[in-house]
Ligand binder design. Structure first.
Ligand SMILES: C/C=C/C(=O)SCCNC(=O)CCNC(=O)[C@H](O)C(C)(C)COP(=O)(O)OP(=O)(O)OC[C@H]1O[C@@H](n2cnc3c(N)ncnc32)[C@H](O)[C@@H]1OP(=O)(O)O
Length: 269
């Protein structure tokens, strides 16, 4: 048991981040925001971490910002009461960091979506690279129902990650969709039984972590940077990401291991 609202463990090269307010469906209160932002910083800065998995405790993945504690605090309707509140108010972009809106964690992130991912919870998923969901999960950006803005990046990312009309339907109605529909939209990689979510996410994580970490990070960065750009501009950008990878020790080790019929040993340099 832990009192942390978000906490992290490591398994080899993999970090597993747990959202941990199950009684509130893992709603993001000030403490969770601060602790989640801290977890992402640790993932980015720790050389030994190659992939991160984020999941929820209990039945939900994340029900978004805490409508009783966080939204009133940041909209000026509730004065700060404790250290968590003060830390949130001191860092105006902490939501952007916690939801991976403005913070680049550099390593691939896999969402193990054990249950509902709503509003800020859905926005955190939008910031990830791969998504494995429970067949019981539902998805939506419900902020508009409460007359607030889906400020975790949805108006930018959803129209890129879904067909435009599907994105606008979700944004403007606030309606929820089930996991099968989200899979059909191309928003998810896999839908599995609830108990299979974390194992399936960890299986992906291990396969990615076995690859050359510098190549993985450069491929991820290039794919993200080139979205929506004209093809020629994208190709130029891609060259900038690719060239340094070919100069690494790992890029010599990989082909050599293939020729020697052995498993490569990548050192991240
Ligand atoms: C920029 C970002 C903005 C935002 O993210 S705004 C946040 C918008 N979020 C939402 O609109 C989601 C609201 N929550 C729900 O719709 C439902 O919950 C769920 C579908 C996630 C789960 O439903 P079920 O399993 O039936 O649980 P339950 O009885 O509704 O909730 C259990 C307890 O969790 C609290 N809770 C759930 N979500 C939030 C939340 N987002 N903020 C604050 N509390 C929340 C409830 O109030 C309740 O608490 P108690 O047991 O004391 O009655």
């Amino acid at each position: 048991m832990t009192d942390n609202a978000a906490w992290m463990e490591t398994d080899g090269y993999i970090a597993i981040i747990h959202l941990n307010r199950p009684a509130a469906r893992n709603a993001l209160d000030p403490q969770m925001l601060v602790e989640l932002a801290d977890c992402w910083s640790r993932v980015r800065d720790a050389a030994e971490i190659r992939v991160a998995v984020v999941t929820g405790t209990g039945d939900a993945f994340c029900s978004g910002a805490d409508l009783g504690r966080l939204i009133p605090l940041v909209s000026g309707g509730r004065p700060p009461e404790d250290e968590w509140d003060r830390r949130v108010l001191a860092d105006r972009d902490i939501l952007g960091t916690a939801l991976l809106r403005t913070f680049d964690v550099v390593k691939p992130v896999i969402a193990a979506i054990n249950g509902h991912a709503i509003a800020g919870g859905m926005e955190l998923v939008q910031g990830t690279d791969l998504r494995i969901a429970s067949s019981a999960a539902r998805f939506g950006v419900q902020e508009v129902k409460w007359a607030i803005f889906p400020g975790g990046g949805s108006t930018v990312r959803l129209p890129r990650q879904l067909p435009f009309a599907r994105a606008m339907e979700l944004l403007l109605t606030g309606d929820l969709i089930d996991a099968g529909t989200a899979l059909d939209y191309g928003f998810l990689n896999r839908v599995v039984a609830p108990e299979e979510v974390l194992p399936a996410a960890l299986d992906f994580a291990r396969r990615i972590a076995a690859n050359g970490p510098i190549a993985v990070q450069a491929i991820r960065a290039s794919a993200r940077a080139c979205i929506g750009r004209p093809e020629s501009e994208g190709m130029n950008l891609e060259s900038g990401f690719a060239a340094p990878v070919f100069r690494t020790e790992d890029a010599r080790e990989g082909p050599r291991a293939f020729m020697e019929k052995r498993t490569p040993v990548f050192k991240g340099r």
